[in-house]
Design a protein around this ligand. Structure first.
Ligand code: ZN
Length: 251
């Protein structure tokens, strides 16, 4: 097992723990370091930094080796007492009443994903890991919502995010993708390219509850997102013409 950062010995400043043999640990360390500093992404830097400064050892994050391709990457809460990883989500407020937070364990096999900067939108190994670290960030803060979106009351384009948590993981990773000159992922199904600009996403009435809830329950994160000027950022959209999807609300 190794720690990131490797000189972290302070229990009040818990590291990200990486375990699963030298080859795995060295590669995951390389990817975490890239997300944190090497990529020069402001959102990558913020998510990793905030996981590290969460100052509660019970809410530490571990990344472990599944030892084979799992055709996915999975983040589970650890030590969550009475759903302390989750908000008491309502339709009106998707992140209402946050829990106290919990730790997270990430199962991630870097070698099954394309290299940094390569592959379909959202599918490179750094994008896959950042997506899971966003889940871990939300779990730490008690705002990981597993509210199901694949229901008839939601528009088709909302249903394709599966759960509330994955709207945030996909869209925040899309900001990272923009900062690193990568394509954007449409939703949580497969790895299709997003054919809409940031203004279109930000002004879509069906997506508004996600932006409203994050602003009130993760204000620090939203302040950072609003300060990032990059071609795709629904928290800081550039002035562009919007497409028909958000104007004709029938999809
Ligand atoms: Zn996810």
């Amino acid at each position: 097992m190794i720690n990131y950062p490797d000189d972290s010995l302070n229990a009040q400043f818990p590291p990200i723990r990486i375990s699963g043999g030298h080859h795995f640990e060295a590669e995951v360390l390389r990817i975490v370091r890239h997300l944190h500093v090497g990529s020069h992404s402001r959102i990558g830097n913020y998510i990793v930094s905030q996981i590290l400064v969460n100052d509660d050892l019970r809410e530490g994050v571990r990344i472990r080796n599944p030892h084979h391709a799992i055709h996915n990457a999975i983040t589970n809460p650890r030590g969550a007492v009475r759903d302390s990883d989750q908000p008491n989500s309502t339709r009106a407020d998707l992140l209402a009443n946050p829990g106290r937070g919990a730790g997270a364990t990430i199962d991630y096999f870097p070698f099954e994903w394309p290299q940094i900067g390569v592959g379909q939108p959202g599918r490179s190994r750094d994008e896959i890991l950042l997506h899971e670290l966003v889940h871990a960030f939300m779990i730490q803060r008690g705002i990981s919502s597993v509210r199901k979106l694949d229901r008839g009351i939601y528009a088709h384009r909302v249903r394709r995010f599966d759960i509330v948590d994955d709207f945030y993981a996909v869209m925040i990773t899309n900001v990272y993708a923009s900062e690193t000159s990568r394509g954007r992922r449409q939703d949580h199904h497969a790895f299709s390219a997003l054919g809409r600009n940031a203004m279109s996403i930000a002004s879509d009435p069906r997506f508004r509850p996600f932006f409203t809830a994050l602003a009130s329950h993760a204000p620090g994160l939203v302040t950072v997102l609003r300060g990032i000027d990059t071609p795709f950022n629904p928290w800081h959209p550039r002035m562009e013409l919007i497409d028909a999807t958000s104007v004709f609300d029938d999809a």
